[in-house]
Design a protein around this ligand. Structure first.
Ligand SMILES: Nc1ncnc2c1ncn2[C@@H]1O[C@H](COP(=O)(O)OP(=O)(O)OP(=O)(O)O)[C@@H](O)[C@H]1O
Length: 330
């Protein structure tokens, strides 16, 4: 079976650093594919290889079984990590300009642009200059510019970064509508909750290498044996010293627990009852993508790393680095 898009043994070195190291994955037709990884894992570099912005040192990208060429760019809407719009241009003009760059224009495109602006609650800003919009609102405009020409593939590098929860939801809904319309969507993120809700397929990249990938439901099934999600009231600290508990990540009211053997699930339940813990939810064989991600990526690096720390890192990285990505890439 030819996949919609295939990365085969991609390698990209920056001097001594192997930013992308023999990366392979397949993206089926109609999929929402999440490329997941911590800061600096190699997501953006991989996406730039897919987009042909970087030439790989080794490996290839196949579009439906054939080496990608220039024609792929015409099929893609690409939201780069470093956003770039003409600051002095007006909002609606900007969207129409990007549409024209991709070869579409006319009244239908304009009404689609207005429709998107309305969805993103920006219709009243259509004549404002881009520079007068907040960063989050500029990002929404850039997303509209990415999809206005109705591309078959939509590649989004960290699409949710900088958006508030309401706008994040609006964007999520629009992405899922695009999926329903048959688009192939590829996005990078380190936000596991969104990846879990949206992706059919994922690949986890860590220090330039793919360390896990596949159909998300199947992956979750294979990781979930011996796993329990518990919502509770009380003090469950005593569980840490129980021999049946392999690992536990406690969030106060919710905890993810991995027991040593499948049979230990019953022991755990008994211990909770004996210690007067109010069990509000006890899901055996359940594991979140967040837990899978932490288990796979935190174990391999500094033990003190947490997602929260990564998010702090993300903020400082974004503000201190200026990877220039220009309008030509859009
Ligand atoms: N142009 C470049 N020159 C040198 N090193 C680079 C370049 N681009 C990326 N790197 C390095 O390659 C590694 C992977 O970077 P990349 O931007 O792909 O990671 P990422 O997963 O997208 O990270 P983030 O989530 O922080 O954006 C990092 O160590 C980064 O510093």
């Amino acid at each position: 079976m030819a996949f919609a898009l295939e990365a085969r043994n991609l390698v990209k070195n920056f001097g001594e650093l192997s930013a992308v190291d023999k990366v392979s994955f397949n993206i089926p037709e109609g999929a929402v594919f999440g490329l997941l990884g911590r800061n600096g894992a190699g997501k953006t570099t991989t996406i730039r290889l897919l987009m042909n912005i970087y030439f790989p040192d080794e490996g290839e990208v196949l579009l439906r079984g054939v080496n990608v060429g220039q024609e792929f760019r015409d099929k893609v809407g690409y939201l780069p990590e470093e956003r770039g719009l003409y600051k002095k241009m007006k909002v609606l003009d900007t969207i129409l300009f990007f549409a024209e760059l991709k070869g579409v224009q006319g009244p239908q495109v304009k009404s689609k642009a207005l429709e998107y602006l309305e969805r993103f609650e920006l219709l009243d800003r259509k004549d404002a200059k881009v520079e007068d919009l907040s960063k989050g609102n500029q990002q929404k405009i850039q997303f509209i510019c990415t999809v206005i020409h109705d591309p078959e593939f939509i590649i989004l590098d960290e699409p949710f970064s900088g958006l508030d929860p309401v706008n994040t939801n609006i964007l999520k809904d629009i992405i899922l509508e695009l999926k329903k319309a048959g688009k192939i969507i590829i996005f990078s993120t380190h936000l596991m909750d969104f990846a879990e809700k949206m992706c059919d397929h994922i690949a986890i990249i860590h220090e330039g290498k793919i360390i896990e990938q596949g159909d998300l439901s199947e992956l979750k099934r294979s990781y979930s044996q011996k796993n329990i999600s518990l919502v509770y009231e009380g003090d469950i600290k005593f569980l840490e010293s129980q021999s049946c508990v392999e690992k536990m990540e406690d969030f106060g009211r919710f905890t993810g627990i991995q027991v040593k053997e499948k049979e230990d699930v019953q022991t755990l339940l008994r211990l909770l009852v004996e210690n007067n813990i109010t069990v509000k939810r006890f899901d055996a064989n359940d594991i979140s993508l967040h837990e899978i991600f932490i288990n796979l990526t935190a174990d391999r690096s500094s033990p003190s790393s947490t997602i929260e720390q990564q998010e702090v890192d993300a903020v400082s990285t974004n503000s201190s680095e200026s990877k220039q990505e220009t309008l030509q890439n859009a």
